[in-house]
Design a protein around this ligand. Sequence first.
Ligand SMILES: Nc1ncnc2c1ncn2[C@@H]1O[C@H](COP(=O)(O)OP(=O)(O)OP(=O)(O)O)[C@@H](O)[C@H]1O
Length: 982
Amino acid sequence: MSKKLKNMKWASVPLEGFPISSEDFHGFVGLEECTDYGFDKESKKQNKKKPEKKRKAPSDSNPKEVPVKKTKKEKKAANPKQSVPAEIIENQGFVVESCVKAKPTTGKDTIESKNNKKDKQKQDKNNKNEKKKKVAKKSKPRLGENTVDIDSQLSLDEMQAWSALQIPEEILKALAEQGFSKPTKIQELTLPSAMLGRRDILGAAETGSGKTLAFGIPILSGIMKLKEQEAAGIDVYDVPYKKSSVKKKTTETKPKKVFSKKGSKKAKANKNKNGESSEEGYISGESDSSADDDKGSDNDSENDASGSDNENQSDNEGQSDEQDSNDEKSDDEFLEEYDVPIKKKKESVVDGNNSDDSEENYVHLSEMLDSDDLADSSDEENDFVESNNGENSEEDNSDESEPDDELEGSDHEDVGDENETGVGCVKVIDDIEMPGHVVNKTGKPLYALILTPTRELAMQISRHLISAAKYTGIRVATIVGGMAAVKQERLLRAGPEVVVATPGRLAELLGQRQPHLDQLEHIKFLAIDETDRMVERNHLVEHLPTQPFFRFRIAGVQTFLAIDETDRMVERNHFLELHPLLARLNADEARGRARQNFVFSATLTMVHDLPSHFKGNKVTKRGKIIKRKVHKMTPEQKLKKLITMIGMTDPKVVDITTQNLGTAETLTECRISCALDQKDHYLYYILQRHPGRTIVFCNSIGSVKRLAQLLGLLKCSPLPLHASMPQRQRIKNLERFRDDPHGVLVATDVAARGLDIPGVDHVIHYQVPRTAENYVHRSGRTARATKEGLTILMVEPGEALNYAKLCRTLNKTTDLPTFPVPSPILNSMRDIVTLAREVDRAALTHRRSQQEAGWLDKAAKDMDMLVDEDFVPRKHAQASSSKDLQFKKKQLDALMARPLFPRGFSYKYPSLNDPDVLGVRSEENALQVMKTAIQSGELKREKRKSKNAPLLKLEKKSRSRNSRRVKKGGKKGGEKSTPQET
Ligand SMILES: Nc1ncnc2c1ncn2[C@@H]1O[C@H](COP(=O)(O)OP(=O)(O)OP(=O)(O)O)[C@@H](O)[C@H]1O
């Protein structure tokens, strides 16, 4: 011991309570503590370096406690969570920390603490994730997610209107939470047949009328039933869901006569004579009574169902079905009808504790886009994958025995006998047809497939289903293109009961034989939303030429035309995947028949006039005449095609679109007729004068890009949306649009169908849509779920013919009313828009000159050449373009800084009685303006004064012009003047 240490004062420490006693530690004598701390010169030096005043005074200014500035290491060592509260003692300027409640540590404890640490870390991570989830949930609902007001949530007692439909309590509870007090009309008309009769459904109802739940509810409740059977140990893979009673009907699915003339006297007479329209399998919206009849009949069946004989329910769906029920399979082999309420799931499920499960298994599209989340997939997931693989291998084993189950007849029995004798040899059986596709049963059946034409729609349908399935424990996965397939595969490994997909990505994963999707043949439910979008060009052409398809071009739009009489459906290139998919689904006839199919669209029965160039013989470029006859397809034929294509059996057809042909009753339609050049002025006027959530639809991606650029310069904050945008951006823009009450979405028809964005005030068709269907679906983004909305169609003279066709297809006998726009304001709009266009042009010139300069520099660098600094043309061009751009930008800013709608300026517009309205306020409700204009009758007066002929008259002129052209040169009439076909 050094001298210094010897000289120091030491005092013995009592060993009472000390962790180590002298007995425990051999040779241990005692413990002394140093009481004289004056020896530490270094520490004194340090103290000098760090004057005390720098130390923060403790808040409670305890003279004994002095805060110490710790080093990083010290801080780490004294983990605040695990360290024992320390007592800080000051003695002669030296600070000592002594553990007050220190516990001795053993090796075991260290391991435990390590484990605890891990557990805690895990827990912390989980908590953080949960918090993140909660924050994310609170801050931003996902696209398609229903944001429900707590006030609008209903109790189960308030859901009496649903009671007749016998919906499982779990689903009813979720519907109550969303405030859906009663079924919509389409739901009311289709649910009884779908749920109790288990019939295929072909449904046409106006946009925003709740068609998603019209197929969503029967699918979810059907899956609940199947899962019960599964839990009872029944092999649900091969249990047919639909009744045998509908089987025989499949061979002849004659479309019903009522299609040809809806609401005709004959049809009505038929209905009355035969009983009810349900017998015909068709409900027309034209006669409410027929619909009610059907509803009544279905309700009758429900009453029967409440008794013991459930079979009556399906009997009611078609009297003749009764005899057919003695098919190959007895009814015992089919699933029973529901006992309502369905056997309750575990309390936790009903209480919603399980709801997170489904949430967890659903991954939002925007989340899917984060590729990095693939890297941080947790251990649990890896575990899951492993165990799942294990499961698969088990399933594979069970699959090996599968052919035995399928074998029928004596051979099969023989095999059984041999097995019974214990002889372990393989018997060779002749004449057994080997199935082309061996289904890989994973033990987690895929029950339902829902196909949609667009990714956003798939995502939205998933969200709607997840909301309705909240208390059922049913999981839904979304499989769409444009994002990492790996993550979607991971979702599928969890074995979701429902898959919502777009055909392309589904086909891709099927091609890779993804195990869950590989069970596709066994699905019990198939829904195809917006079906008619998947089926295109509904014309029949007689007298086939040699090629199976006749390909033609109309003003750059490449189209395929079905010329086969054998009901061949032709679709655009991106839905080519649909046919092999349907072929696969229907390969096994019995299985196909046992599947319940749903087909819904607002424009399911809409048919078009033939384009004029289809009429008469076709004259080829070489002057050869091809005789042909092109027929306009009837709604009946259109549906027949769909039925055949999808493999539906005895479908119930519900069409309630008769009056408005798919557009909502609450929709106000109008138009603006102007020169092509003026469209931008009008558009800018509407956006400025009538702000609101607005969708501007264009016919091409190019138009969307141009308009988005222009509106950006005009500070309208446009959000573009088109198919060639990255998927992440598409979703982002849609979410931004949803969140902004004054958002402006500029989109192609990719946003036309199905998107349910609440509170869209206006839909503006910047160009006349190519088809009447597109007009209906575009317009349907507003005026949804009984809310009001306004749609404005912009028509320039070149589109007059298409507009006229549109009106004819939609059974409109008069022109759409004109939206009132006061011309003085339009003049000021014109100046701004013209300048904005100039800025746009200048920006383009500047970009080009920059690109050119960049190219020159690069080329010079590559060639190791020096470009002369005074390379005049290049420098000059760059400088002048930049100057020009800056100047024009400033001009535009100055112009836009002026008030667009100054007070006191008289905006007197001859068509409005109340000009002050415009003079006082700078913003107005467009719908109200239009309604007032219609009611005041000013529009009619204005029309009479107008020198312009109504647009419908223009059609006649253009027709006669076309026919003259055809006669002259044998050219296809309208080929040039009609880039769009309705
Ligand atoms: N029973 C109901 N009561 C009230 N609202 C409902 C009901 N069913 C569905 N809705 C709501 O109505 C809106 C439109 O529903 P949905 O998207 O299914 O319409 P749709 O008929 O499929 O429209 P589209 O033809 O445009 O695709 C949704 O916001 C949905 O939540």
